[in-house]
Design a protein around this ligand. Structure first.
Ligand code: SF4
Length: 317
């Protein structure tokens, strides 16, 4: 559905760019595919490039290099009409249901806006369509006339999902969709997203820093570090045996469910280096417990490791 080839998004830092100024490498040479019907989880610490990658998928950012293709078409070679079609097919579910809904609009207007933009329904049919959407996300019909502040966090996220579904998309990019919610409400929203996926055949790109959440929703996991995908793997393989040292460190940072059996490895130390001045060689080498001779000077290349799995590490050449 999506095919990314050597995608980079760099930003100038200071005035002298491109003639010698610094460059922030938010996304730096990403190859990635998203197949129809799957949930691909993008994981990594904050600042690793996940949200920039999401903006590239949504055509909100133009790649500095490489191509982002959706259903075989380069997003930046589309005609104006094709861009409108793309905007309908790919929708965003925001992280913060508090900030993403216009507080001055009633729910009918918030959800109905996409129907207007894409000319999908008008008049009584529009109202009925909004009611149907509210029902699909588990909200009562009375919600139609409410304002965002009258709803709980979970209900607001349901409104946000109804708004995204109004355009009848094929793919949802969900950017930390449950991280602002209480744990009990998180499970309800995740179940809702899974039910909607099964009913509508949706494809999800699910962005999260929470590996406990990802384990429950993802079919495939792609781990980002300093703008690069360092490991991608089917979810079962990833959680059973993460191969990249950074993947292992991320999983070790997830609190052990059994306090009698603490995590086996020490937690990851040090901060993520600046994407303005990434370390030479493997960008993870200053924090890597397994770093060895070539790591500080040679950039590791992506290598296949079994079915559907790729790892970017000198240990796995
Ligand atoms: S390439 Fe070297 S430094 Fe990088 S993750 Fe692998 S072992 Fe660690």
């Amino acid at each position: 559905m999506f095919d990314l080839t050597a995608v980079a998004r760099h930003y100038p830092v200071g005035r002298a760019w491109p003639s010698g100024g610094a460059i922030l490498r938010a996304v730096d040479g990403v190859d990635l595919s998203v197949t129809p019907g799957e949930t691909l989880a993008l994981v990594g610490e904050s600042g690793c490039g996940k949200s920039t990658l999401a903006r590239l998928l949504l055509r909100l950012e133009r790649p500095t290099a490489g191509t982002v293709r959706f259903r075989g078409r380069d997003l930046w070679g589309l005609s104006r009409a094709e861009v409108r079609g793309f905007r309908r097919q790919v929708q965003l579910v925001f992280q913060d249901p508090y900030a993403s809904l216009n507080p001055r609009l009633r729910v009918e207007e918030i959800v109905g806006e996409a129907l207007d933009i894409h000319r999908l329904a008008a008049g009584q049919a529009r109202r009925q369509r909004v009611l149907d959407l509210l029902g699909q996300v588990g909200l009562p019909s009375e919600a139609l006339d409410g304002y965002p502040h009258q709803f709980s966090g979970g209900q607001r996220q349901r409104i946000g999902i109804a708004r995204a579904l109004a355009a009848e998309p094929a793919l949802l990019v969900a950017d930390e969709p449950v991280s602002a919610l209480d744990v009990s409400v998180q499970a309800q929203i995740l179940n809702l997203l899974q039910d909607l996926q099964a009913a509508r055949g949706l494809t999800y790109v699910f962005i999260s820093h929470d590996l406990r959440v990802v384990e429950h929703v993802a079919d495939r996991v792609a781990v980002m570090y300093l703008g690069r995908i360092v490991e991608s793997a089917p979810v079962g393989d990833f959680y059973r045996e993460p191969l990249h040292p950074y993947s292992r460190a991320l999983l070790e940072a997830v609190p052990a469910p059994d306090p009698e059996r603490p995590n086996a490895l020490p937690p990851l130390s040090g901060d993520v280096p600046s994407p303005v001045a990434p370390p030479p060689g493997c960008p993870f080498h200053p924090r890597c417990p397994n770093a060895f001779e070539p790591c500080s000077r040679e950039v590791p290349i992506r290598a296949p490791q079994g079915t559907g799995r790729q790892v970017c590490c000198h240990l796995w050449r």
